[in-house]
Design a protein around this ligand. Sequence first.
Ligand code: DHB
Ligand code: FE
Length: 290
Amino acid sequence: MARITASVYTSHVPAIGAAMDLGKAGDPYWQPLFKGFEHSRQWLKDNRPDVIFLVYNDHATAFSLDFIPTFAIGTAAEYQPADEGWGPRPVPKVVGHPELASHIAQSVIQQDFDLTIVNKMDVDHGLTVPLSLMCGQQDARTGAWPCPVIPFAVNVVQYPVPSGQRCFNLGRAIRRAVESFDEDLNVQIWGTGGMSHQLQGARAGLINKEWDNRFLDLLIENPAGLAKMPHIDYVREAGSEGIELVMWLIARGAMADVDGPAPLPKVNHRFYHVPASNTAVGHLILENAA
Ligand code: DHB
Ligand code: FE
């Protein structure tokens, strides 16, 4: 059967992608941030999955405000990097896994989560920046991401957005779906977006280090308790875009300890850095026991 072996969490600030694409990753401003991912890049090489299930948010790029799916699963064979106004990022196309994605859609919908099925879409910085952070720069034509990726888009841009509790429960359903897939596959689930940031209005630039680090603690140790936190707390404490963090609860809900007798996942890596553009960057790697 397929198994979720680890979960990875990271912010997705678009300026990080631009810094890599423009060769600025070694600049003094960016160097401390990328240093925090050196270990992670080696870890991913050493623990290369067969498939990454990548939970992210589209920023009115693929969906616009004409269609706003709450949860959308990519079942396509491939996805192109989106043009977000400056041309597409010079990174490889994302190869999908239609068989596993279709199986997860079938299973999760039958577990009463209504997913939107997406057979064609471009993927924006929400998906490509986490890949770049974890895999390093890859040439758009000659390079490739290490494995197929299933994009899973969550609406955290236009209210109403899903609750942390619903995201956490959805993660559980995703784990059951993966474990009912016949083929032996090593699957990682990534939760992306966050941490504290507000991009507009009087509180633009808001960063709350204490709250962010408490969020990381609770995500590791007490995700079921964290799932009960209401939206207003994210927005008040972590800024309007801090709500992206509910996506991390999907990945955490898919880990082995959540329903069963498994121990807490092992913290392989933890990193926190301020600032990247307007945003606090948080990063975790959690591993299930073998
Ligand atoms: C920034 C952060 C985001 O999450 C985003 O989607 C766009 C911009 C920023 O901090 O610049
Ligand atoms: Fe964002």
